[in-house]
Design a binder for this molecule. Structure first.
Ligand code: FES
Ligand code: FE2
Length: 353
């Protein structure tokens, strides 16, 4: 399977990276070791010593250098070997590892998996809704044994909440919601508006909606390549116009997917409540993320993993999937991503270790 390379993927929550600690992860089939250096910057190196190919994360981090645990070669943040304790200490030319640009923004750690010179901080999509400076963020993570595009299909087609999450997030009005799909440049929007909806009692309680009050709900998802999504979800009392959304409530949920392999995905998700809410915002963030974790873990994850087992290595499109009215956003995103991957491969300049 081919991946888009010249783009930013999520490497984790920024606060997962503590000075002095090595964090090994696999992205796009590549073993990577990451750390926060003494200046507070995020660094990422290929997690494979060029001597006998042991993982560098088994070694020691000292003075922003990783010393291999096996025979003691040391590598700095540029990937260069800077110390050879053997013989005359000369550094062999090939003693270097690949480095990956990293950045911290909106509370996430971002990693660039393509040509390092092309890493453009301006290409990070706007996730300011998740900025921990202005919002309390409930944060979570799941490791899902399914392809990352099955995950993006899942979020871009939220009709599934009626069926898969009927007792929590869904209701009988979702599949008949009004759907709009828009594409602006390389950004896809998949919007769904329900009318006269009766939410589940749990969702009413969490959102502070009077029991039994009918609402119109919007579930607007923005997709940015390769697989990072922001959901704006909100409600107004049923029958009020879209312009009156200020009177409704909106919450932002980020769904960030990074392929580990072609059949496993890192899934970071978070929910934001404005800091203007004070301590109540902090409490809501924690309560809501714990609540969301249940359907995501017990309903989405088993479904996607079962889907992956059926699909195996087969190409999604060659199986001729049936297309429904709700598939517009997901199909648009898949086609756009395929096109971006093809264009990138035509450049034929990628450094693949
Ligand atoms: S395997 Fe790393 S120094 Fe030998
Ligand atoms: Fe779901």
């Amino acid at each position: 399977m081919s991946f888009l390379r010249n783009c930013w993927y999520i490497a984790g929550w920024a606060d997962e990276f503590i000075k002095g600690q090595l964090v090994p992860r696999i992205f796009l089939n590549e073993k990577i070791v990451m750390f926060r250096d003494s200046k507070g910057m995020l660094q990422a190196l290929q997690d494979r010593c060029p001597h006998r190919f042991v993982p560098l994360h088994l070694g020691q981090l000292e003075n922003d250098q990783i010393r291999c645990a096996y025979h003691g070669l040391s590598f700095d943040c540029s990937g260069a070997c800077v110390h050879n304790p053997h013989g005359n200490g000369a550094i062999p030319k090939a003693a270097k590892v690949r480095v990956y640009p990293m950045l911290e923004r909106y509370g996430f750690a971002w990693i660039w998996m393509g040509v390092a010179d092309r890493a453009d901080p301006g290409a990070i999509p706007d996730f300011s809704a998740m900025d921990p400076q202005s919002a309390y963020i409930g944060k979570s993570y799941l490791h899902v044994k399914a392809n990352y595009m099955l995950e993006t299909d899942n979020i871009l087609d939220l009709s599934h909440i009626e069926f898969l999450h009927g007792s929590s997030l869904g209701s009988a009005a979702v599949a008949q919601g009004v759907i709009e799909v828009e594409q602006h440049g390389e950004t896809v929007h998949s919007k769904r508006t329900t009318h006269n909806e009766q939410l589940t009692p749990e969702l009413e309680r969490l959102r502070g909606i009077p029991a039994g009050q009918r609402v119109d709900r919007w579930l607007n998802v923005r997709w940015n390549a390769p697989s990072n999504m922001l959901l704006d979800s909100g409600y107004t009392p049923s029958g009020e116009s879209r312009e009156s959304r200020e009177s409704g409530q909106s919450v932002y949920v980020a769904h960030m997917f990074t392929p580990e392999t072609s059949s496993a995905t890192h899934y970071w998700f978070g929910i934001a409540f404005p800091k203007t809410l004070g301590e109540e915002g902090r409490r809501l963030a924690e309560e809501n993320i714990q609540w969301l974790l249940q359907p995501f873990t017990n309903e989405d994850m088993p479904m996607l993993q079962a889907q992956q087992e059926v699909l195996g290595d087969q190409d999604f499109w060659t199986l001729n999937p049936v297309l429904l009215a709700s598939d517009g956003g997901a199909v648009r995103a898949r086609r756009l991503l395929d096109k971006m991957i093809r264009q990138e491969q035509a450049l034929n300049e990628l450094i693949i270790p």
